[in-house]
Ligand binder design. Structure first.
Ligand SMILES: NC(=O)c1ccc[n+]([C@@H]2O[C@H](COP(=O)([O-])OP(=O)(O)OC[C@H]3O[C@@H](n4cnc5c(N)ncnc54)[C@H](OP(=O)(O)O)[C@@H]3O)[C@@H](O)[C@H]2O)c1
Length: 254
């Protein structure tokens, strides 16, 4: 495993939810973490809670100049770049008969294209450090949720991307993996209008507890533990790692 002390990592979407969980987990163990997002107040609040190992780079992952600035900030803050976590993402739900092309493209741009471009920009730095990229996929590519086709399509794309990029970048000494989280209460569904509030969304997810062999939904820290492993494990590449309490097994106890 690469050492965590002095490990420099850029976490997109690190101002909230799973990205914030990764930032907190790694920074408190000695990594130099840079978090990004469009809402400066969320970033400032997270950085102040996490402490001096955490820097911020506000911006939009769909804007090329912002992406370059995010990479530059992480390289400056961390004295180089070892890891990139593409966690920024949005949910889009709707019946296929009603989805607008521009909304589908917007989700693809944020969830897929942004991570591809950030990976491209990170390559010169990751080549120097023997670094790694983690794309955040989803259990939506293992269980079908009707009405969530654009989101599932975007997550299918990042999973296959991680495999092709693992093959493409392996000879440069760069590893690429995909982490597939299950149900964890965050702002994702609230921001998408699927739930009215964080608590409403958490209750919605908790109602799925019985579909999990482990009997419960997950926490940001449980996702962070796996992301940290995928970033620093030196012989792991092209892997799709499911961390979902067993939800994707599709077990029926009825
Ligand atoms: N929670 C789950 O159960 C779950 C399960 C499977 C996969 N995931 C995936 O996990 C990742 C993180 O989601 P989350 O659950 O942690 O939800 P979240 O708290 O809403 O985090 C998503 C983050 O992405 C940022 N973001 C969205 N669009 C952006 C843009 N254009 N530019 C910059 N930042 C942007 C948001 O910040 P701003 O709005 O401030 O920009 C937000 O901080 C997503 O890829 C999601 O698909 C989540």
């Amino acid at each position: 495993m690469q050492a965590i002390e002095g490990y420099s990592v850029l976490v997109t979407g690190g101002g909230s939810g799973l990205g914030r969980g990764v930032a907190e987990y790694m920074a408190t163990r000695g990594a130099r973490v840079t978090i990004t997002g469009r809402r400066e107040e969320k970033l400032a609040e997270a950085a102040s809670a996490i402490g001096p190992n955490c820097a911020t780079a506000a911006g939009d992952v769909t804007v090329e100049a912002d992406r370059q600035r995010m990479i530059n900030t992480a390289v400056r803050h961390g004295g180089g770049l070892h890891g990139l976590v593409n966690s920024a993402g949005n949910m889009l739900r709707g019946p296929i008969t009603e989805l607008a092309a521009e909304d589908i493209l917007d989700v693809m741009n944020t969830n897929v294209v942004a991570g591809m471009r950030l990976t491209g920009l990170a390559v010169p730095h990751l080549k120097k450090s023997g670094g790694a990229v983690v794309f955040v996929g989803s259990v939506h590519t293992r269980r079908a949720f009707p009405g969530a086709s654009p989101y599932a399509a975007s997550k299918g794309a990042v999973e296959v991307l991680a495999q092709v990029l693992a093959a493409e970048l392996g000879p440069k000494g760069i590893r690429v993996n995909c982490l597939l989280p299950g149900a964890v209460p965050t702002e994702l569904n609230v921001r998408a209008g699927v739930a009215d509030s964080f608590d409403d969304n958490a209750a919605r997810l908790e109602s799925m507890a019985e579909d999990h062999p482990l009997g419960r939904i997950g926490t940001p820290q449980e996702i962070a533990e796996a992301v940290d492993h995928l970033l620093r494990a030196e012989w792991t590449t092209g892997a799709s790692v499911i961390v979902d309490g067993g939800l994707s097994l599709g077990v029926s106890y009825k």
